[in-house]
Design a binder for this molecule. Structure first.
Ligand code: GLA
Length: 380
């Protein structure tokens, strides 16, 4: 049986089927990934929620109007899979959409919110992602779609005590002329646990890694006022199809550093059986995870030239500082300790990845485009 606290007050950590497998998912594949979450040590590090994304459903509802799984992919049914995932000590998540169809043109939950919430309750689901993929009436507008997400959320919370509700109302607003992104984020934060604030990470390639990380950071940095324990801005999944995507280990470290400062959920979307040992070490880094789970999104940043310092309280003491080069070429910058929220004249800086400690009276860095440096800075 699952042992992790649920719903978590920090951003959710886990795994999703989406970027590595798309719709090529099955009962045996999901179970093998859940087992790998445990055997790799990632579950012990905090990655406990196993999320089935789009592609699990049959093309039509059953005769009772209920969603049903694709029988070829999930012959034992979703409840049996959830039970096996729970038996590993993990949580189980599922996906649907607010309109009549999902992004893969499978049945969405429109006009079935109460019924689908009950189906997910019957399947003992712990986490529900509600996507936004159209399939809404022509008269739908910001008010009605916001209301739909609110109603569906209430159905889920009523049917499944402790459910984590993850939704994409802001993505609907981003994609809809005339809709207000900030109003959508504001209303999202009222009754859900996490809401996507940036587009999908696709296409995935080494060349797209740092522009994506920087654009997602820019989208999220000013939204810290909406984040609080149990309610988080969601930057999308981590390690998307790593390493098949072509991302380097440094790309992964850059993404994780920004996601941790921003207190975004950390949902790994890679084939866990192919994650190299160094990537496993980076994902399971306990100090990185502590920063991600600190209880707050970064609310303070300072920029020198092209280098931005993101700063928030490090739960292990002092400040967590992520220095990030926002430019397109190599950049150097120097920050005083007071700019980083440190009042003493000298400080020690611990590199979160190497553990190396240095003492300084200010922080000077030279970073390649998109490169980050993640430090714990403590006054001495
Ligand atoms: C949308 C979502 C993705 C994923 C796909 C599935 O694009 O934003 O996270 O769920 O749909 O089709």
């Amino acid at each position: 049986m699952p042992t992790s606290a649920w719903p978590p007050s920090g951003p959710v950590m886990g795994w999703s089927s989406w970027y590595a497998f798309r719709t090529a998912i099955s009962e045996s594949l999901v179970l093998a990934q859940a087992q790998a979450l445990v055997s790799s040590g990632l579950a012990a590090a905090g990655y406990t929620c196993v999320n089935l994304d789009d592609g699990w459903a049959a093309p039509a509802r059953d005769s009772g109007g209920r969603l049903q799984p694709d029988p070829a992919k999930f012959p034992g049914g979703i409840r049996a899979l959830a039970d096996q995932v729970h038996a590993l000590g993990l949580r189980f998540g599922i996906y649907t959409a607010i309109g009549t169809r999902t992004c893969q043109n499978l049945p969405g939950s429109w006009a079935h919110y109460g019924r689908d919430a009950q189906t997910f309750a019957d399947w003992d689901v712990d986490f529900v992602k509600v996507d936004s993929c159209g399939g809404l009436p022509t008269w739908a507008n910001q008010d009605t779609v916001t209301e739909d997400f609110r109603i569906f959320g209430n159905c889920l919370y009523d049917a499944i005590p402790g459910v984590v509700y993850s939704q994409e109302l802001p993505i609907w607003a981003l994609n809809t002329a005339g809709a207000s992104f900030s109003n959508a984020v504001q209303s999202s934060s009222v009754n859900s646990n996490m809401w996507r604030v940036a587009p999908d990470e696709s296409p995935l390639s080494q060349a797209s890694a740092y522009p994506m990380v920087l654009s997602h950071l820019a989208a999220d940095l000013h939204l810290h006022g909406y984040a609080s324990p149990g309610h988080w801005n969601d930057l999308d999944m981590v390690a998307p199809n790593y390493p098949a995507s072509g991302w380097t280990l440094a790309d992964l470290q850059n993404q994780l550093a920004v996601w941790a400062l921003e207190a975004s959920p950390l949902i790994i979307s890679a084939d866990l059986s192919r994650l190299p040992v160094d990537a496993l070490g980076v994902l399971a880094n306990p100090h990185l995870i502590a920063i991600g789970q600190s209880g707050a999104q970064c609310a303070y940043s300072v920029t020198e030239g092209n280098v931005e310092a993101l700063v928030k309280t490090d739960p292990r003491g002092g400040q967590a500082v992520c220095l990030v080069n926002l430019g397109t070429g190599t950049a150097s910058a120097a920050f005083t300790l007071s700019q980083l929220g440190i009042s003493s004249p000298k400080a020690s800086g611990t590199d979160i990845w190497s553990g190396r400690v240095t003492t300084f009276s200010g922080v000077s860095v030279t970073l390649a485009a998109g490169q980050t440096r993640l430090l714990q800075v403590q006054g001495t």
